[in-house]
Design a protein around this ligand. Structure first.
Ligand SMILES: Nc1ncnc2c1ncn2[C@@H]1O[C@H](COP(=O)(O)OP(=O)(O)O)[C@@H](O)[C@H]1O
Ligand SMILES: [Mg+2]
Length: 367
């Protein structure tokens, strides 16, 4: 187990900059998920940590020891890749024991570790098989088992589930989470799947174009995204982002959304009203939008928005209603029992405590 410290890690390939001064601090036992679109630098960062490639600048340390110049084998790190190469001629048992044999671990201890790993990953009945006799999910479990056989300071997983089908991904996700709970190991995990990131991480680093956009807990990243990119990337459905201007008067200040639609300016944005008609982006999660109830208080009625129902998408657990508010799209997550149809006019309210504001120019969060 270990603390990982990245200080301004930079990587250039010719004239492509794959990483821009990435700095991250990870405590012992944390589960860091690196998430972001394809090509944003996730694997490059993993390769720097593992020592498979050299940074152009910056330092990496593990438990206070600078490992930037160390060979991979000297770093005490175990890694699982997306394309998990098992040795085809070895049994499952031999595959799992292989890293231990390379490190000259005694036979009795090797056998014990293999038993422990096999029981954690429910591979006991497969130990005598060859990789070709296993399903994709079983092979992936063996690859993870091989990484777990050793007890390194740090585990690195680079999109370990991306070759699996949807149901298996879900099962494996739960297994990996359980594994982390029982091992209390420090893990860095790469995915481009933002739901995987939300469910597994103790902390998330959202990356784009080699730059860490936000480094925070899943809760922070979801509720208080640092910018509109993070807001749009994390969560399903993505956060609603509506253009607005701030205006005073008429009992305001208000966020004018266009077409006469307006929201009360949340307390957190109070300073904005003094700046006049600033252009802002209003961020609202779908679950912060609700239908105005019959018998709602007059204040709630005044704050409600008129919306036209555009598309209704039942998901089973709830309904996602895509609404048109003054010409802009607003998705609401609603009770599955409400009956809505396309074209219907409804009144909705937005929880002001759950609104976040972004500067329209910089796209960074204001409040
Ligand atoms: N060995 C390399 N040589 C040149 N460019 C590379 C190399 N490895 C990665 N890149 C570039 O660096 C960027 C980040 O790639 P990568 O880290 O693989 O992204 P991700 O894992 O997030 O999909 C991409 O633009 C990619 O083309
Ligand atoms: Mg990658």
């Amino acid at each position: 187990m270990a603390r990982l410290h990245l200080n301004k890690v930079h990587k250039r390939y010719g004239n492509v900059t794959a990483l821009h001064d990435v700095s991250l601090d990870l405590d012992d036992g944390e589960f860091l998920v690196l998430v972001g679109p394809s090509g944003c630098g996730k694997s490059t960062l993993m390769n720097m940590i593992a020592g498979l490639d050299e940074p152009s600048g910056g330092r990496i340390s593990l438990d206070g020891r600078d490992i930037t110049e160390l060979a991979p084998a000297e770093r005490d790190i175990s890694m699982v890749f997306q394309s998990y190469a098992l040795y085809p001629n070895m049994t499952v048992e031999q595959n799992i024991a292989f890293p231990l044999r390379m490190r000259k671990v005694a036979r009795a201890e090797r056998a014990l570790r293999v038993q422990q790993v096999a029981s954690t990953l429910q591979l006991g009945h497969l130990l005598g098989r060859k990789p070709r006799q296993l399903s994709g999910g079983q092979r992936q479990r063996v690859a993870i088992g091989r990484a777990l056989a050793r007890e390194p300071r740090l585990y690195l997983f680079d999109e370990p589930l991306s070759n699996l089908d949807a149901q298996l991904r879900l099962d494996m996700r739960t297994q990996i989470k359980r594994l982390h709970q029982s091992l209390r190991a420090t893990i860095v995990y790469v995915t481009h799947d933002q739901i995987e990131a939300m469910t597994l991480a103790t902390r998330i680093a959202v990356m784009k174009d080699g730059v860490v956009q936000q480094f925070g807990t899943p809760h922070e990243v979801y509720h208080r995204p640092a910018n509109t990119f993070v807001a749009g990337f994390m969560g399903s459905p993505r956060m609603n982002l509506l253009r607005a201007t701030v205006s005073a008067g008429d009992g305001g200040p208000w966020l004018q959304l266009g077409g006469g639609a307006r929201l009360a300016l949340p307390q957190a944005g109070a300073a904005l009203s003094r700046r006049g008609t600033d252009a802002v982006i209003v961020g609202v999660r779908a679950e912060a939008v609700a239908l105005l109830r019959d018998g709602a208080a007059p204040a709630a009625r005044r704050a409600a928005l008129q919306a036209r129902v555009d598309v209704v998408e039942p998901t089973g657990a709830d309904i996602l209603a895509v609404l048109d508010v003054g010409g802009q799209e607003l998705t609401a997550r609603l009770d599955p029992e409400v009956s809505l149809h396309s074209g219907q006019i409804v009144a909705v309210c937005v929880d002001p405590g759950r609104v976040v504001l972004f500067d329209a120019r910089s796209q960074q969060r204001l409040a």
